[in-house]
Design a protein around this ligand. Structure first.
Ligand code: SF4
Length: 339
């Protein structure tokens, strides 16, 4: 067990890339964050910012033939996930760290009934009790009044919300300490989305499991996470308490994510961020957000340093740099293009 002061997962300077045409294209750059036991940590950003790649990289689920760990560590219980043997990793995956995928209909096998799919983890991991009792108990806990009917069903016979509940039950089967939830409600309508996230929050409080919540929605992070990091073009650009990120985002990209959301209280018209996230082989030099940033100025042609704006809250933006900046954090990834 980690000591009380030790995080459950500590990701340090994780840089991942993919082989492409005889070279390696860096996709994420020095991503760092920590998740405490029982904490909900949000990873926020538009599609293509590197959130899912980071998540899959931590569980070593990226294709081995093309994915490359360029640098970094991912400490879990004093062991580096990135250095574990395949056998050690199989023991951790599912039993200690599990994942909820974006599209439950794609993650579940359409040819097998739910029961067969929920029994699979018990073939690879020891479980002290009766697996069927555990499965039924969890299906009841995620809100199914008739677990046996669900167990007999094939995925196409269940709605999107029901499938995501099955996925949540699947992720909890072996009592993991950490769940990586990758956009767990993207495929669902707003009402079901709230039900699923409330359910996850209840289960988190009940079981003490830590959750890495990946989403593009800053509102969801503020509602469900304790702390969060905002990613843009493969880098963490702001990190701090979730409430501070919603109420007082410092990085212009975090501000843009917030302004792009409808606000029912103020009836403010959502303002989309102009442009789109560059592809990894088109990351610009300097601040990678500069060509979309409304506050761009001369220093932005250089990589910004990581600056603490308040305890536990940091940002990588030249607007906040001062003599208190903590080193130059970004200086490694080969980049293309010029600002
Ligand atoms: Fe905008 Fe410059 Fe800050 Fe980047 S460093 S977010 S371009 S102000």
């Amino acid at each position: 067990m980690p000591s009380p002061s030790e995080p459950l997962l500590r990701v340090e300077n994780l840089s991942l890339g993919f082989r492409q045409g005889g070279r390696v294209v860096p996709v994420t750059d020095a991503v760092s964050f920590e998740i405490g036991a029982g904490e909900v940590f949000g990873l926020v950003g538009e599609s293509g910012c590197g959130k899912t790649v980071t998540c899959l990289g931590l569980l070593r689920l990226l294709p081995a033939a093309s994915a490359v760990v360029l640098s970094g560590r991912a400490w879990y219980h004093g062991r580096d996930l990135l250095q574990m043997s395949a056998e050690e990793m199989r023991a951790v995956r599912g039993a200690e760290i599990s994942m909820i995928f974006q599209e439950p209909s794609a993650a579940l096998n359409p040819l097998l009934p739910v029961r067969a799919q929920l029994r699979l983890p018990f073939r690879h991991h020891a479980w002290p009790g009766d697996p069927d009792a555990r499965i039924r108990d969890l299906l009841a806990r995620v809100g199914f009044a008739d677990p046996d009917r669900v167990l007999r069903s094939y995925p196409h016979e269940l709605s999107g919300g029901m499938l995501q509940r099955v996925m949540i039950a699947h992720a909890l089967l072996l009592e993991p300490r950490l769940i990586l939830a990758d956009e767990p409600t993207t495929a669902l309508d707003v009402t079901i989305q709230a039900q699923i996230l409330d359910l996850l929050a209840d289960l988190q409080r009940e079981t003490g499991v830590g959750i890495l919540l990946i989403t593009h929605n800053l509102n969801l992070v503020a509602q469900y996470a304790d702390r969060a990091a905002v990613m843009y073009a493969g880098r963490v650009v702001e990190q701090g308490p979730a409430g501070a990120l919603l109420n007082d985002p410092r990085h212009p990209y975090a501000r843009g994510l917030l302004d792009a959301l409808p606000n029912l209280e103020t009836a403010r018209v959502p303002l989309p961020i102009p442009g789109s996230v560059p592809a990894p082989d088109k990351y610009p030099a300097g601040c990678r957000f500069h060509d979309r940033c409304p506050r761009v100025f001369e220093p932005c042609t250089r990589d910004p340093a990581w600056t603490h704006v308040e305890p536990g809250h940091g940002v990588a933006c030249h607007l906040y740099e001062s003599t208190e900046s903590v080193g130059v954090r970004f200086n490694r990834a080969p980049t293309t293009g010029t600002p």
